[in-house]
Design a protein. Structure first.
Length: 711
């Protein structure tokens, strides 16, 4: 069972002082996006304008930066030939002026839907309004004219228009589909607008908008509801956000639209890089806004890694050279409005039970098939593995067993060795032997203590003279001997050494370099973080992969404290605890994911961790997580362990990762192979990252030395 980490600051609440700048979402690359579903009054622009103003006021009070209304919300969508009535169009123009005038003091940028007259034509448009000013007018490009749709009867397409302006509601504004909008005073607040049918097209205008630099893609939609259509819309929004490496905000018309021949559900969704951030209540009879904080910094960083994005821009003639950027002063607030998005405490572990089953199945088979290919490519006849009874060696052993099954080899081809040292516990040793017996592998035991004593004596180490000195040399003599034995046994018995170390240990340098647990012939766990290994073992036990006896032993392993078992227990019987030295693995894996996968700055990682871990009732974790996953950490504790992580990851551990053996990448969170996701110099320093964190939280950070990687 994991310890409660009370000694590490768990359940300490609050941090002295008000860190308003640190607590602001705008300081960390977030933009609060809202989608509005008003109650529409058919062909009544005055009423619709009042409704828009009311929702804008609500959004302003809620800290929303960008508010998207449905298509033609100021006139209503389903009014047919009334679009050709000049009286209605004039009323719409007055409604636009009314909304602009009455929202001039409000913060949200508004995307309003309205029919607009220009050059003898009528266009179905999005009107972009900020603090009373019309920033631009974007006409719909693709006009549906099939089945229940008849838009070409009333509207002209905006396709091909560029570089134009028009007058509307007493203001002159840019007009055309060639517009993106960018705030001068809020980094990465850059958005593009398209309308309904545009994203059903094979070539959505938002694709070019994204290639031109927009990070938030917005869709004003009417889209009547039919059975199954809501799922199609969500699929398109998610796919477009993933394909364009963007956020996608969608607002469809709801209650109040004419039901002469159609019906409406008011679906609103916000997606980011394929993930759903927020969705509205469908078929609501009340006006509503759903909002989420979009991580535009994360999106920008993801694009910088995804070189295909730049290649697509080049293949499309670099749209940034043809789009016009409308710049505006957003005047963002910098207060603490909390964080409006679900945060996964365990980003390597899916939060939905169905996904957990799927991900564990895939992760396990990636390991198994990776090992099969590597083993079949060598002249080895046996697999050699050290079995400690801990998480990592347990996972590696069951992968080896399944690999033997797949290759048609007897499990006795696996040579498993328990290698007790000076601090090996009875529980882990017992689990190791029970697991090897249950799996039917060839089990052995080598007591490394005599050899370790001899080596320590040869070195003149104080321990050999009876002194209780348990330093890093004492630890590494044991760790090195274990691996040395495994390699020599592999030489002797035509063997192949299977590594057990995991991704979390590689990130922190928590492994013994050279002939130690850093080395093997194939590192099956090198792509697995510690937090995911726990769920893989549980999944293996519960999904019938092995016998009931094996499953029972696997569950027993999960209840064991994480320890290298290299230093004897203290006078109170407390065993050596890995997490008391390097920090809780749940925090370290959180730090690792956001550092490795997205390259986020440390201050933002601290901000995210603070929101995820400060309150066990506020964060997102699945019901299938154990109770001990509900720990709480205050900001001071998070920063303490984050500093430790940054030193170990960027400064003291890279030389170990630069020399790691082959092993499969497993999660999209990344791997640390120098041949894969992570290439870095071994002689770098962590100053840049530590200083960035110190600048944000000077009163919580230290200015101590970088320390060593340990073990």
């Amino acid at each position: 069972m994991r310890q409660s980490f009370a000694c590490l600051g768990v359940r300490r609440r609050g941090v002295a002082g008000k860190r308003s700048e640190f607590a602001s979402i705008h300081a960390h690359g977030f933009v609060r996006v809202g989608v509005a579903t008003p109650l529409v009054a058919v062909a009544n622009p005055t009423t619709n304008a009042a409704s828009a103003v009311s929702l804008a006021q609500q959004a302003d009070a809620d800290g929303v930066d960008l508010l998207i209304f449905p298509e033609l919300n100021l006139s209503a969508y389903a009014i047919d030939d009334l679009f050709l009535q000049d009286a209605l169009l004039s009323s719409v123009e007055r409604a636009i002026d009314e909304v602009a005038e009455n929202t001039a003091s409000l913060s949200p940028v508004l995307l309003l839907g309205a029919p607009v007259r220009r050059a003898g034509r009528i266009y179905n448009c999005a009107i972009v309004v900020s603090r009373g000013k019309i920033l631009g007018i974007v006409p719909k490009t693709f006009l549906p004219n099939y089945r229940e749709y008849y838009e070409k009867r009333w509207f002209a397409s905006g396709a091909g228009l560029s570089g134009l302006e028009t007058e509307l509601a007493g203001q002159t504004a840019p007009f055309g589909p060639d517009l993106i909008f960018s705030a001068d005073d809020l980094a990465d607040f850059i958005f593009h607008v398209e309308i309904c049918e545009d994203y059903w097209a094979p070539t959505p205008p938002s694709s070019r908008g994204a290639l031109a630099g927009a990070l938030i893609l917005c869709n004003l939609s009417a889209s009547n509801i039919t059975v199954g259509k809501a799922e199609e819309r969500a699929l398109l929004s998610a796919a477009q956000s993933m394909r364009c490496v963007a956020a996608y905000a969608y607002s469809a018309a709801g209650a109040g639209e004419s039901t002469t021949d159609l019906a409406w559900d008011g679906q609103g969704t916000i997606h980011e890089l394929g993930e759903t951030l927020a969705q509205s209540e469908r078929f609501s009879r009340k006006p509503q806004i759903v909002a989420a904080d979009v991580d535009v910094q994360r999106i920008r960083l993801e694009r910088s890694r995804f070189q295909t994005f730049d290649a697509a821009a080049a293949a499309n003639g670099h749209p940034e050279t043809t789009f016009r950027t409308v710049r505006f002063a957003h005047q963002p607030h910098h207060g603490d409005v909390s964080l409006r998005r679900a945060l996964r405490r365990f980003p390597f572990v899916p939060a939905v039970p169905e996904r957990l089953d799927q991900d564990c199945y895939e992760a396990f088979n990636i390991q198994v098939h990776g090992l099969v290919k590597r083993f079949e490519s060598t002249p080895g006849k046996t697999m050699v593995i050290g079995v400690s009874g801990g998480l990592d060696s347990t996972q590696a052993l069951i992968v080896a067993a399944k690999a033997c099954d797949l290759m048609g080899l007897p499990r006795s081809s696996i040579l498993g060795f328990s290698m007790p040292g000076f601090a090996t516990g009875d529980a882990t040793r017992g689990n190791a032997h029970r697991l090897m017996a249950a799996l039917g592998v060839t089990a052995g035991e080598i007591d490394i203590r005599p050899a370790a004593k001899q080596m320590l004596a040869d070195m003149g180490h104080p321990f050999s003279k009876g002194e209780p000195v348990y330093d890093v040399t004492f630890e590494n003599v044991q760790a090195g001997l274990r691996t040395d034995y495994l390699f020599r046994i592999a030489n002797q018995r035509h063997g192949f050494v299977i590594g057990t170390g995991d991704l979390s240990e590689l990130a922190l340098g928590w492994c013994t370099y050279g002939v130690g647990d850093q080395m093997s012939h194939y590192a099956v766990n090198a792509g697995l973080p510690k937090t995911l290994i726990q769920y893989l073992i549980r999944w293996t036990a519960m999904s019938g992969q092995f016998s009931e006896e094996t499953a029972a032993t696997l569950l027993s392993v999960l209840d064991t404290e994480i320890s290298p078992e290299l230093v004897p227990a203290d006078d109170k019987g407390a065993i050596q605890s890995t997490q008391s030295v390097i920090g809780p693995y749940e925090l370290n894996d959180f730090f690792l994911f956001h550092t490795l996968r997205y390259g986020l700055p440390p201050s933002k990682i601290a901000f995210l961790a603070w929101h995820a871990w400060r309150d066990s009732g506020a964060a997102l974790w699945p019901a299938h997580f154990p109770a001990e996953a509900k720990n709480e950490y205050d900001l001071a504790v998070i920063v303490r362990w984050l500093e430790n992580f940054l030193r170990r990851f960027f400064q003291t551990s890279q030389f170990k990762r630069s020399a790691i053996p082959n092993g499969p990448k497993i999660t999209s969170g990344g791997a640390l192979s120098p041949r894969g996701d992570w290439r870095a110099p071994s002689d770098a320093v962590a100053n840049v990252w530590l200083e960035e964190l110190r600048a944000a939280l000077p009163e919580l950070t230290s200015k101590g030395s970088s320390g060593t990687a340990g073990r």
